[in-house]
Ligand binder design. Structure first.
Ligand code: CA
Length: 451
């Protein structure tokens, strides 16, 4: 029963992952490669001793014309990048596109998950309890913390998010996944770079092809490193001289600490703090200026737990964020929040990691609970973006992704209409935008923006 419960928790953790911990841009609609036709894998050509002369014929005959045409061109680029011919011949032989990769890369969620739902799924008592136990199990954690300056709870929380403490690392063949993404074309340069990095890892002997398993987007091991991140950033954490992010928790956690340290982690500073704001607070300052805690205090912003700011935090410039709008919890984001986003550039991800780390460290739940949030359909999100454009504001291309551009435009529109300018797209805001645009369309002359 206990094991079954743990598995369910781990499955829930993995299911709650909003996006893989990789550096590519978020998936958008793109062309889907046709499914591959079954073709027998040709035998690898024998490796020549000397560099090849004349045109190169790669041993890739998948039957998928787009894939094979890409592979033929990639072969030349990989040789130029210094990948050995025999290695290329061996690893590319019989390669076919993975249709699961194409379908996942083109998936656009019909309903966006509200941030509170994502965070409540990630920051649970059960996960915090497992994290607390894991903190005691990895003997090297104090050394890793000392070496890189990143709190062990942050590393444990990343481990939980990325792979359910190592349980779910992904079973895609990273070479095939990266080749499939490269052939598809939308992220070709990125995917080819990762493919070449993966080939270099095999060439170096640090990992075998069979070990190079990961997510569909190429994130590998217990802390989900892309091949290029692995080459540049992974470190040995258990002292055996190897960087085994798949099998060694200490190596995976030290590598995560290395990545955050290189990203600018400030030793001794908070990642964020929940704050309270005055009733008449101007929410248009959210995601805006970066001010010291003292400057925020002058605007009436104080720590929600009532404690004073530490000396280390007092020196930092922090940005205010109200992720669920004025009705939800408000945070001051310290520079370390933005360092976590180098792992996965998502506000929700960074908040989930930080809040889970706080809970593992023994802190209580948020002072202000998350409000009830309704999911918005893709149509609603795009309608709101088109309405903002029609009303003279600039959310960017209407793509259904409520990012920084949409939130900034929404705040400007809210402020001009005398509404709480929290940049939060609620169903009520969608309706208000719809009503205003239909009124503008029926009016003889549309009102100018900002009036
Ligand atoms: Ca090691």
């Amino acid at each position: 029963m206990r094991r079954r419960h743990l598995l369910l928790v781990l499955f829930a953790l993995a299911a709650a992952c909003a996006s893989p911990a990789v550096k590519p841009p978020p998936p958008k609609l793109g062309p889907v490669a046709p499914p591959p036709t079954a073709a027998p894998a040709p035998a690898p050509t024998p490796a020549p001793e000397a560099p090849p002369v004349g045109p190169v014929t790669p041993p890739v005959v998948s039957g998928d014309m787009i894939f094979d045409a890409w592979a033929a061109e990639f072969y030349g680029r990989a040789l130029k990048a210094g990948i050995a011919r025999d290695l290329l011949d061996r690893e590319m032989a019989g390669l076919t596109p993975d249709p699961r990769v194409a379908s996942r890369d083109s998936r656009q969620p019909e309903f966006s998950q509200p941030i509170s739902v994502y965070i409540k799924g990630a920051v649970t008592d059960g996960t915090a309890a497992i994290g607390g136990r894991k903190r005691g199990e990895v003997a090297q954690l104090p050394d890793i913390e000392q070496r890189f300056g990143v709190p062990r709870e942050i590393l444990i929380a990343i481990w939980a998010r990325e792979s359910g403490f190592g349980a779910i690392q992904g079973n895609f063949d990273v070479i095939r996944a990266m080749a499939s993404l490269a052939a598809q074309g939308r992220r070709r340069d990125w995917a080819e770079g990762e493919l070449i990095s993966a080939l270099r890892i095999i060439g170096s002997g640090e990992a075998t092809r069979a070990q190079l398993k990961g997510s569909w987007a190429g994130a590998m091991g217990q802390t989900q490193f892309t091949p290029s991140s692995y080459l540049a950033t992974a470190v040995d954490g258990d002292g055996d001289g190897k960087r085994d992010i798949w099998g060694s928790p200490a190596d995976a956690l030290a590598s995560a600490a290395s990545l955050l340290s290189k990203g600018g982690w400030v030793r001794g500073q908070s990642w964020a703090r929940e704050v309270t704001v005055p009733a008449d607070f101007d929410f248009s300052m959210s995601e805006g200026p970066k001010l010291t805690p003292d400057a925020w205090a002058a605007l009436g912003v104080t720590r929600a737990d009532g404690l004073p700011w530490t000396d280390a935090d007092k020196t930092a410039e922090a940005q205010l964020l109200a992720p669920a709008g004025a009705m939800g919890p408000v945070f001051l984001l310290f520079p370390n929040h933005f360092v976590i986003r180098k792992y996965n550039n998502s506000v929700a991800y960074a908040l989930a990691v930080g809040l889970l780390a706080d809970r593992i460290a023994g802190e209580g739940p948020l002072v202000k609970p998350w409000p009830a949030e309704a999911p918005l359909s893709l149509t609603d999100r795009m309608t709101a973006q088109r309405a903002l454009i029609a009303l003279g504001f600039s959310p960017g291309t209407p793509d259904g992704v409520v990012g920084m551009g949409t939130r900034t435009a929404l705040r400007a529109w809210q402020k001009s209409r005398g509404v709480t300018a929290d940049g939060y797209l609620s169903p009520a805001m969608v309706e208000k935008l719809k009503a205003e645009t239909s009124a503008a369309q029926s009016a003889p002359t549309p009102a100018p923006a900002g009036s």
